[in-house]
Design a protein around this ligand. Structure first.
Ligand SMILES: C[S@@+](CC[C@H](N)C(=O)[O-])C[C@H]1O[C@@H](n2cnc3c(N)ncnc32)[C@H](O)[C@@H]1O
Length: 206
């Protein structure tokens, strides 16, 4: 079977700094987008009813829910950041670029989310496909992102493209994973908003 990542130009998934364990070793207890963009993430989760057993992928000390879901499992690189997440009931340290297979059984969660992080994945289609495996029927995967990033850590294809193109790229990850219904794509902050814009791409498990 051909590799769907090969559908993107050569070098698309390369990064200036490929060493994730070293970069994420220090804890960063910061917010990566402004308050309005954070509020837009939480409002989307509320609107979609992301309130059951939820996996927050590429997580840190904040998960941005307006109301905590029934049970939140956070996965990321830095144990101190994950330990500081007040909403998390369970924490997993796992490098998705070293191993895009999630360390969870099939059908473990109702829904999954990933905030301002999809641009750091070098095998995003493998990860997006495996997210569907760990969701129950009808589960949704909600990816949100802005126009900010760690530039040495983001893939070159992200750095080379516009906000609008990012939404098309993430939607294409879902389509190429071939296990999702057609994704929804939305700009969640108004075009007149002067702070960090917030974009969302989400889909229901096929
Ligand atoms: C910009 S922060 C976003 C954190 C959080 N989602 C938020 O909304 O504030 C990027 C996060 O992605 C995680 N991450 C980066 N590379 C990763 C990898 N290879 N595998 C798993 N998680 C990763 C890091 O642990 C970090 O917490």
């Amino acid at each position: 079977m051909s590799d769907p990542h090969d559908r993107f130009p050569a070098g698309f998934f390369d990064r200036q700094d490929p060493d994730d364990p070293a970069f994420y070793e220090p804890a960063r207890l910061v917010t990566h987008i402004d308050d309005a963009a954070i509020a837009a993430v939480g409002a989307l989760y509320t609107e979609l009813g992301i309130d059951g057993e939820v996996l927050d992928l590429m997580s840190s000390w904040v998960s941005h829910f307006e109301t905590p879901p029934q049970r939140l499992h956070v996965l990321g690189m830095n144990p101190a950041e994950l330990d500081a997440n007040p909403v998390a009931a369970a924490r997993t340290v796992h490098d998705l670029n070293a191993d895009p297979v999630l360390p969870f059984a099939d059908g473990s969660f109702d829904d999954a989310v990933c905030c301002v992080s999809i641009d750091y994945l070098v095998r995003p289609i493998d990860v997006v496909r495996d997210v569907a495996r760990v969701l129950r029927p009808g589960g949704r995967f909600v990816c949100t992102f802005s126009n900010r990033c760690f530039p040495t850590k983001a893939i070159r294809g992200w750095l080379a493209n516009s906000d609008e193109a990012h939404t098309r790229i993430v939607a294409e990850y879902f389509r190429l994973a071939d296990v999702w219904h057609e994704p929804a794509v939305e700009r969640r902050t108004p075009v007149t908003h002067r702070g960090d814009p917030l974009f969302a791409v989400w889909a229901v498990r096929a």
